[in-house]
Ligand binder design. Structure first.
Ligand code: PMV
Length: 347
């Protein structure tokens, strides 16, 4: 039996300039450009193996060991695009095995608990695209493959790269210029760290696609955001990353999270992703920055109540002095630090 396999990983990315709003729902074309910072793959990543054989009877997918459906229109779009690219290679070189006609078995596994409430679809789709592209030996660049990942889940296009990534919204109707590009690799600014505060592991209230549609249709504030706020902020944030200017990066990140959640509140009926604990975390971050009279930490929230905090390695003790003091009775710390290590942070 001939059987071919390829494995790869893709990281979780968290937007610091949020994508919220689609101008084309099928192609997942956004109403604004966005920026993300990729989290370390040691902590958060999806590992995917794609296997193909002429003997497989159907396409199948396993997520964390459990079989899942591949039937969604979005997943089907991705598979069709990848098979088409492979077909083009096979047409040019008849000695290649005809993978484009064979079924696929895909096994995916996250190294973080799904219950952590983190958006895993971005890393999941990115790893799926990368693994099949590797199996098919496709010559396309990450940016080209990001256009396929985008059709699976918009934010997935940014997980094709590590480090600092921009998703350029593009102008064309067919989406051929709506792609991810690297602003800087992970090594560009290695001092940047992220901490995730899991406020709730529940499934999100309003799924992102329906939330976006409602905001686009009903929020007046949204028009101001996409026309006047985000285009300027996109350039400023890119510059702050290239110049490693943390205070500017942090301020833009916090303002953009607030702006995105404001458009959710301005939707009708309103969408609430932040809860009371999230709001306390926001206040805490501002209080920490005021206390030290410098920008130590930035917060950002996606379509849910969990906080992602960005800080520089050299400020870790300053931030953790507060976090440990407030959250020492919360479980989860032990996984990384011993009680003795944590006690040194206790201000
Ligand atoms: O790609 P989706 O459909 O999961 O939407 C992501 C939306 C946000 O996470 C809120 C923002 C973003 O840019 O990732």
């Amino acid at each position: 039996m001939s059987i071919y396999s390829a494995s790869t990983t893709a990281p979780v990315n968290i937007a610091t300039l949020k994508y919220w709003g689609k101008r084309d729902k099928v192609l997942n074309l956004p109403t604004n450009s966005s920026i993300s910072v990729t989290l370390s793959q040691e902590d958060l990543r999806t590992l995917t193996t794609a296997t193909t054989s002429p003997d497989f009877a159907k396409d199948q997918l396993w997520l964390n060991g459990k079989e899942e459906s591949l039937a969604s229109e979005r997943t089907q779009h991705c598979l069709q695009d990848l098979r088409q690219l492979r077909r083009e290679l096979e047409e040019k070189d008849s000695s290649l095995p005809t993978f484009s006609q064979w079924k696929l078995h895909i096994a995916s596994e996250n190294n973080f608990p799904t219950a952590a409430g983190l958006a895993s679809s971005a890393a999941g789709f990115a790893a799926l695209i990368k693994a099949i592209a590797k199996l098919y030996e496709l010559p396309q660049s990450e940016s080209e493959l990001s256009k396929i990942a985008r059709k699976g889940s918009g934010s997935a296009c940014r997980s094709l790269f590590g480090g600092y990534v921009a998703w350029e919204m593009g102008k064309l109707e067919d989406g051929s210029d709506s792609k991810a590009v690297e602003i800087g690799s992970l090594n560009h600014w290695p001092e940047m760290k992220a901490a995730i505060l899991v406020v709730s592991a529940d499934k999100k209230d309003t799924p992102s696609t329906s939330g976006m549609q409602l905001t686009v249709k009903t929020s007046d504030l949204f028009q101001e955001r996409i026309n006047n706020v985000v285009p300027k902020r996109f350039e400023q944030m890119k510059k702050s990353i290239l110049e490693k200017d943390f205070p500017t990066f942090a301020e833009l990140t916090m303002k953009d999270s607030n702006s995105f959640h404001a458009t959710c509140l301005d939707s009708y009926p309103p969408i609430f992703y932040l809860n009371d604990t999230s709001k306390k975390v926001i206040k805490l971050c501002h209080a920490i920055n005021e206390f030290y009279n410098e920008t130590v930490v930035a917060y950002t929230f996606d379509a849910g109540p969990n906080a992602v905090l960005y800080y520089l390695e050299q400020s870790e003790d300053k931030l953790f002095a507060f976090l440990y003091h407030l959250f020492q009775n919360v479980s989860g710390w032990e996984s990384k630090f011993t009680k003795e290590q944590l006690s040194q942070f206790n201000a």
